[in-house]
Design a binder for this molecule. Structure first.
Ligand SMILES: [Zn+2]
Length: 108
């Protein structure tokens, strides 16, 4: 895949996600409900596909991220996978959105 094709795909993905965020914030309730029913499972599926690549081993180490670290470092420090951590933070720390506070938990 050429870099140009990839950057177009990347842009359209980001445009799609931005449109979802915009619509969920601005659309009327029936439209927002439709949006959630059709798009939320797709977004969850995409997130799961990404996290599948970052499933920690029994020691809590991520086989995908581990390849990018030095062996010494990963042996010393079974640090949490950044992809998992990022997803966890993004999903549980919902800023100051009214009505979403029940989802806010203390980060790991
Ligand atoms: Zn990882």
């Amino acid at each position: 895949m050429s870099p140009t094709v990839f950057s177009q795909l990347d842009k359209s993905l980001h445009d799609h996600l931005a449109a979802l965020v915009h619509l969920s914030a601005t659309a009327d309730d029936p439209t927002a409900a439709d949006l959630a029913r059709t798009e939320l499972p797709r977004v969850v599926a995409a997130l799961r596909a990404l996290l599948d690549e970052h499933t920690p081993d029994p020691h809590g180490r991520c086989p995908t991220c581990r390849t990018h670290r030095s062996r010494r470092f990963s042996r010393k420090l079974p640090s949490p996978c950044r992809a998992y951590l990022g997803a966890q933070l993004a999903l549980t720390v919902t800023a100051e959105t009214p009505g979403l506070h029940r989802h806010v938990r203390t980060a790991v």
